[in-house]
Design a binder for this molecule. Structure first.
Ligand SMILES: [Zn+2]
Length: 389
């Protein structure tokens, strides 16, 4: 069966229409892409999540040969809840040269362009393959990429370069910080708020922990190199949410702190986490227990996204620069799946995709029409490279 021909914008319109907020299943989008590929004669493989509600997809266009290029993207998007959108986030809307919609920039445009060019890829005499790699749950800690990269490492002949199409305005990014997220649960002992000697407030001790993180932050900032490629130069902590307590006149029994940090590629990803957990156990917990023996603190690792180091990515950098026409090579502080793919497949990797990270996760997220065109140029030059020996 001959596959349908759609242009990049129409493909993006279709992909944006799937509400793939990370809490939802991404299967409708995955099934759509799988059928589209199939209609064009390309088989794909799914790597399902543990509960089977989501899946990664990978597919190879061209010969099952080494030295190909991986086009990697994530299918999920961040929530629109509570954001003041001027247009329907799930309906691609063109205004003043900008395409609005959730996921336009982060990051459906990159693989929308790649998928729209599939008929051209199929017609071209590819000597080196083009691999699509679509993951689930990137936005909640790069969950899917681990199993996707592992499967590809076993089943795909070793590629020459991996392109992670996160928004970089089509410039080349060769390094980024890693991200580690933990949840720490403080358990206190309830008492009337007038009887502070009878209980222990989980909220008050959670506050001490946050203060501790601030003091470590000050220390890191003071020690940060002046000439860093990263902005901010040091590792950075963030406390994302705090949930705790029940009433104004009760010492809180429970408090949960969701916290984490962005670590430099030169440091072990768990360095600051280990240090904080040690402080909780050795410094804070004894103080809580002294007030009431029922007190407790537990910490769980929520997600770990390795940093992406510039080392060893020279060939991917050179290729992506020639395909994008951009000479700008930089480091960024947001995490992507690059570190996971780089490590698991042991293949030079860069981040390069349409759109500006400043629009990611925002209300009225958009991608410039000119960025879609730039990405088309990138894909075309990449395809021509894949046709050569
Ligand atoms: Zn993204």
């Amino acid at each position: 069966m001959a596959g349908e021909i759609v242009d990049s914008v129409e493909m993006l319109r279709r992909l944006v229409a799937f509400d793939t907020t990370s809490r939802n299943s991404n299967m409708e989008l995955i099934e759509y892409v799988r059928k589209y590929l199939k209609d064009h004669g390309v088989d794909s493989k799914l790597v399902p999540s543990e509960d089977g509600k989501k899946a990664n997809l990978f597919a190879t266009v061209g010969p099952m040969a080494p030295d190909g290029v991986v086009l990697s993207g994530h299918t999920d998007v961040v929530p629109v809840d509570g954001q003041p959108w001027d247009t329907d986030p799930w309906t691609l809307t063109l205004k003043d040269g900008k395409y609005y919609g959730r996921g336009t920039c982060d990051m459906k445009a990159f693989y929308a362009v790649g998928l729209a060019m599939l008929p051209e890829f199929r017609k071209a005499k590819l000597r080196k393959p083009i691999h699509f790699a679509l993951s689930y749950d990137e936005e909640v800690g790069c969950i899917g990429a681990h199993s996707l990269a592992a499967r590809m490492a076993g089943e795909v002949p070793k590629p020459r370069a991996i392109i992670i199409g996160e928004p970089t305005m089509m410039t080349v990014v060769h390094a980024h910080k890693g991200a580690q997220i933990y949840i720490t649960k403080f358990t206190g002992f309830e008492a009337h708020s007038s009887m502070t000697h009878l209980g222990v407030s989980a909220v008050h001790f959670a506050g001490e922990f946050i203060h501790y993180l601030n003091t470590v932050q000050d220390e890191l900032d003071a020690a940060a190199p002046r000439d860093s490629e990263f902005m901010p130069a040091a590792a950075t902590f963030n406390v994302g949410t705090i949930v705790g307590g029940t009433a104004g006149n009760i010492l809180a029994r429970e408090c949960e702190v969701l916290w984490g940090y962005r670590e430099l590629p030169t440091e072990p990803i768990d360095r600051l986490g280990k240090r904080a957990i040690e402080w909780l156990e050795k410094e804070l917990l004894p103080k809580m227990k002294a007030k009431h023996p029922a007190a407790d603190i537990t910490t769980q690792l929520r997600s770990s996204t390795p940093a992406f180091s510039a080392e060893g990515n020279e060939e991917a950098k050179a290729l992506a620069a020639s395909w994008s026409g951009s000479n700008t090579v930089s480091s960024v502080v947001y995490a992507t799946e690059a570190g996971i793919f780089r490590k698991t497949l042991d293949v030079p990797t860069v981040v390069c995709g349409p759109g500006d990270i400043a629009q990611a996760h925002q209300p009225n997220e958009f991608v410039l029409a000119s960025q879609i065109e730039a990405c088309e140029g990138f894909m075309r030059r990449m395809m021509e490279w894949c046709c050569r020996d």
